[in-house]
Design a binder for this molecule. Structure first.
Ligand code: GLV
Length: 296
């Protein structure tokens, strides 16, 4: 079996019996057919070439989200994702953002840059906070476990949650955490109407995709003071342009789509690939198969 993998040093040392790895990069593509392609860190034009590579029967994207692949995959090619590679880091990053916001670290950092000793009592601990996790899958469950010692109350929302139940949970929430995938149904799911339903002072965390939130409505809710603040690892647009008004919001904490990054991510991605390809070569079904039309 021949498999296309990124040309990174951690992948160069992969060995699996009966498998030949062929390495691709932006500047160099291998020759010949391949049965599988492992997608990672490939810009759009390269990604599209890999998806339509001669002979490819399956594609593994080493991401959790599949929106960059959805709709581009030829008929009959099976798609797998690698949410397990990212679940824990994203959950930890989400918790870190919530704690940073509750403790006002962003405001203290702003004051620090001006050498201001600025004290306040307006700080929280998450104790008794109502946290709604919208998109309650693998990451959401890990986040719920991480939140337990902080005595937060967690409600998970799924696509099948009835609308009335969802709206009641949103109206009570101190935090709304978005872990939804980007699909046509989730596009702009947090709009002016949803933001208006939130309790005054509630915070929003988006660790899913920027397209989940109507950015104009978010800015309006922040400006009016209705929304307490937002912790955003993903934005719309992305990257966020230098002059975008979100940068200037005092109660917005922005990270540049790095929630899943860890120092050992590439090494873990290579090991994930090795185990995945070993299963494939042995005729076992690896984890992560994405069914067409899969919901959250
Ligand atoms: C990152 O956003 C991912 O989907 O893995």
């Amino acid at each position: 079996m021949r498999v296309l993998v990124p040309d990174l040093k951690e992948f160069r040392t992969l060995r699996v019996e009966g498998v030949e790895f062929a390495f691709y990069s932006e500047s160099q593509l291998p020759e010949g057919e391949a049965e599988g392609a492992v997608l990672w860190l490939a810009p759009a034009p390269l990604r599209d070439r890999l998806l339509t590579w001669p002979g490819v029967k399956w594609v593994l994207t080493l991401t959790a989200g599949i929106d960059h692949v959805a709709g581009r995959l030829p008929q009959g090619v099976t798609l797998y994702n690698a949410h397990r590679l990212h679940d824990r880091a994203v959950a930890v990053h989400t918790l870190a953002g919530m704690l940073a916001a509750e403790r006002g670290l962003h405001r203290f950092r702003d004051a620090q840059q001006q050498g201001r000793w600025q004290r306040t009592l307006n700080l929280g601990t998450l104790d008794g906070a109502d946290v709604v996790i919208w998109g309650y899958g693998h990451i959401g469950k890990i986040l719920e476990d991480l939140l337990r010692p902080f005595h937060a109350r967690v409600t998970g929302l799924r696509s099948r949650t009835p609308a009335a139940e969802r709206d009641a949970a949103l109206a009570e929430a101190d935090w709304v955490v978005l872990l939804l995938p980007s699909t046509p149904e989730t596009q702009g799911i947090v709009n002016a109407d949803v933001l208006a339903r939130l309790k005054p002072g509630a915070w929003l965390s988006n660790q899913g995709r920027g397209s989940l939130i109507d950015t104009g409505a978010l800015l309006a809710a922040l400006d009016s003071g209705h929304l307490g603040g937002a912790v955003l690892d993903v934005t719309d647009p992305e990257p966020l342009p230098e002059d975008h008004p979100l940068w200037q919001q005092p109660n917005v904490l922005i990270t540049p789509h790095i929630a899943s990054s860890t120092r050992d991510l590439i090494a873990r991605g290579a090991e994930y690939t090795r185990a995945f390809v070993e299963a494939m070569a042995a005729g076992r079904e690896p984890a992560g198969r994405v069914e067409p039309g899969q919901k959250y």
